[in-house]
Design a protein around this ligand. Sequence first.
Ligand SMILES: C[S@@+](CC[C@H](N)C(=O)[O-])C[C@H]1O[C@@H](n2cnc3c(N)ncnc32)[C@H](O)[C@@H]1O
Length: 364
Amino acid sequence: MSVRDLHRKPFDDGTTDKLDLYRGYLRAWLPTFIHSPQSVNTIQVIDFFAGPGKDVDGNLGSPLITCEEVRLALTNARTGKPPVINLVFNEYMPDKYQELVRCLEGIRPELPEATFHHSQMDFHVAFAQWLPLMQRPKTANLLFLDQNGVKQVTEDIFQTMASLPRTDFLFFLSSATANRFKDDPSIRASLPLRDEDFVHINGTNVHRRLTEAYYRWVPDGKRFFIAPFSIRKGANVYGLVFCSPHPRGMDKFLQLAWKQGGDANFDIDDDRIDPSAPFFPEFAEFEKPTKVKMFENALERAIKNRELKTNKAVYEFALRHGVLAEHARDALKRMVRDGLLPKQTFHVSYGAWEKVAAEPIRFC
Ligand SMILES: C[S@@+](CC[C@H](N)C(=O)[O-])C[C@H]1O[C@@H](n2cnc3c(N)ncnc32)[C@H](O)[C@@H]1O
């Protein structure tokens, strides 16, 4: 199985979309912790598969994107002492590592507030080395695992990351590879898939389905959120998996993903909705993405079965279905219009979730 080296050519559109999403999430995540030194004294961005820093045309790779976003967040930060900022970059190929070090030396003077760490290790060695520092209670981590292929984020690694305090992580999956080599034991051993999953998997939905399967690896009883973002390149679909133990992290990621179409950079459900066309409310039902319709059906079932009894439960349910709080509010309002729920006001948002008391849904 050959591994594509994305640094030999200019980044393609798929890689650019992946890096844009990474940049967007950093931009949303950094201010949360730069502004709250009372709960967090250290923030760490750890790029375990960093690459050389740029592509052959000088387009920025993830390490330099990280540096740019940290610079921006510090510039926009309110006055006051920022937390310790550790920026960690690991790349094991010698030539790429040398290039990476050169790039970081160039940008380091612009970020005197941050401490730079770079290493040339196998991912698993770097992970083990940083683990005690990722586990410190007043540290917030954003981990980026832009692996080649599918094999590095094993069950053990996933569960360790999912158990870390204040840690969000994003990893790349070459999902088409997982589908194509589904009978290869070494591929299957590194993925949460079961034989029966392949009945529903096709070349288009493979990344979405594969991402859902990671819920099987979440430690028992842990509140956790996972969302896919599928990226198509020619006939192949791959993508990012976003993971967070906190609704705020998932909310921010989904806001970003919905600005780019929901959970894919292509029309994954063949909805043929043109986002640039004028919006006519009378056609809203026809213009609704399949993903939102599926969520509305699931929500209606869960409400009818009394499985969701509060505004907070509805909010978490929406995040687990990869839709926004506003999708949940719209769906509840429609249930009122259809006479399935009595008239009431629904506070479904991150702000409402943060409040101590949950508000009950009134069923009659
Ligand atoms: C997809 S690229 C990362 C691209 C990078 N995020 C960027 O924006 O340029 C994956 C990188 O991981 C490196 N790599 C592959 N296997 C690795 C391993 N086991 N440990 C550490 N690095 C590895 C590769 O040399 C390659 O540069």
